[in-house]
Design a protein around this ligand. Structure first.
Ligand code: SAH
Ligand code: SF4
Length: 393
């Protein structure tokens, strides 16, 4: 069938592709409905059916005119992702693998806690940044996810979990963009997805409860501050450039001082009055007392300029190809003590879903190394990291 409306740029005027309505924020959906000769309030109704009630069949949407439902059935669809697998941990963590075509698999993780339910969402299939300690980075970059694919993770998880847990109320209260991929390297698709998360006619999450985590794409941190300032987490992992260059290759383009300056600019717009810094604890690499002291000195300089921070120490989730090891808990405690004594708010992230490998990129990492990056990284494995020789297992 020939579709009557242009379906976003990449599908424009295609003969047989209907628009996936998960691709639209409310303004986008209103524009789409306008092209069908419908008023904005119809788009709002449609949006609520899709996101608040989890509907995908236009026939179900009984308060829309029959003529509109028929029109929609010809030009649009609400299409989620194909589930490859679902793993449930004994602690309630749920991890899904979704097939996004062409052999690409992405993952989404739900982490229940007493006072919240957090969904960890992927933004790309693979990742081009190539961090040393990250299973996704070892897979290389395959492609950006579309807005629909980002939103579909939340849409599916929320409505699946409501049915699964027998709940009528909202299950997911927080979203963190901490799954596979670098969200700020997929900005154009990320932005409408964030708007859907925040929209009161969809998930109605507050800006404080939606976190974008980035390895430090400085120009896009500024863009996010302008367009949609949600909570920001920055993956720091090292107190100085020499070490960070090795762990997070993007640091060569946007070194620490530039990154922290961007964080300070962001703070003015941010919904929280601090930036969260993530620091993955790697045995013998970045977890020594001198690293903690260097971090204190770095934060003192930027703190004097006005930057407020909170540190989240993440126990490394090991995977064989990394050649790296998780720091001992005693090391993590000693490290956090140095930060705390310097007045830096520091928490240690609980590991969740260990029995189902529910950490960044872990499970999908087991099934693919699509671009051979893992092999290339293996060749470089025995490197000097900040003067400390990493012994490869
Ligand atoms: N690309 C973004 C968001 C996805 S990664 C970023 O890097 O921030 C989300 C978080 O998981 C980051 O802080 C990242 O450093 C961390 N991470 C990646 N691999 C990990 C591993 N093997 N163990 C523990 N944390 C890891
Ligand atoms: Fe990409 Fe984040 Fe993994 Fe680094 S840690 S490779 S930026 S997903």
């Amino acid at each position: 069938m020939l579709c009557a409306v242009p379906v976003r740029e990449r599908n424009a005027w295609c003969p047989d592709v209907t628009a996936n309505l998960l691709d639209f924020d409310l303004d986008g959906l209103a524009a789409f409905c306008e092209q069908l000769g419908e008023k904005r309030f119809r788009a709002t109704q449609l949006f609520r059916w899709i996101h608040q009630r989890g509907a995908s069949d236009f026939g179900q949407m009984t308060d829309l005119a029959k003529s509109l439902r028929e029109k929609l059935a010809g030009v649009a669809r609400v299409e989620g992702l194909a589930v490859v697998s679902r793993h449930e941990s004994t602690d309630g963590t749920v991890k899904w693998l979704f097939d996004v075509g062409n052999g690409d698999v992405i993952e989404t993780v739900f982490i229940p806690e007493a006072d919240r339910g957090t969904l960890c969402i992927s933004s790309q299939a693979g990742c081009a940044v190539g961090c040393r300690f990250c299973s996704t980075g070892h897979q290389g970059f395959s492609r950006n996810l579309t807005t629909a694919e980002i939103v579909a993770q939340l849409w599916f998880a929320e409505h699946f979990l409501r049915a699964h847990l027998g709940r009528q109320d909202r299950v997911i209260s927080n979203v963190v963009m901490m799954g596979m991929g670098e969200p700020l390297q997929n900005y154009a698709q990320l932005l409408p997805a964030l708007r859907v998360m925040l929209d009161d006619h969809a998930y109605g999450l507050s800006r404080r409860r939606v976190t974008v985590s980035t390895s430090g794409v400085v120009p896009m941190i500024d863009r996010l501050a302008e367009d949609c300032p949600v909570a920001l987490a920055v993956s720091l992992h090292a107190p100085y450039d020499e070490l960070r260059d090795n762990l997070v290759p993007l640091n060569k383009k946007y070194p620490i001082d530039e990154l922290l300056a961007a964080c300070l600019r962001y703070q003015g717009a941010a919904p929280r009055d601090f930036i969260t810094f993530e620091y993955c604890m790697l045995d013998g690499v970045n977890d020594q007392p001198e690293h903690a002291r260097a971090l204190v000195a770095l934060m003192k300089v930027h703190g004097d300029l006005g930057l407020s921070c909170k540190f989240n120490l993440i126990p490394f989730n090991p995977f064989p190809a990394s050649g790296l090891k998780r720091s001992d808990m005693s090391q993590v405690v000693a490290f956090s003590k140095i930060l705390l004594e310097a007045g830096i708010v520091t928490t240690v992230r609980k590991t969740r879903g260990d029995d189902i490998d529910a950490a960044c990129g872990q499970l999908a990492g087991d099934v693919q190394d699509r671009t051979g990056v893992d092999r290339r990284m293996a060749a470089q494995r025995q490197v000097m990291l900040g003067g400390i020789k990493v012994v490869v297992a």
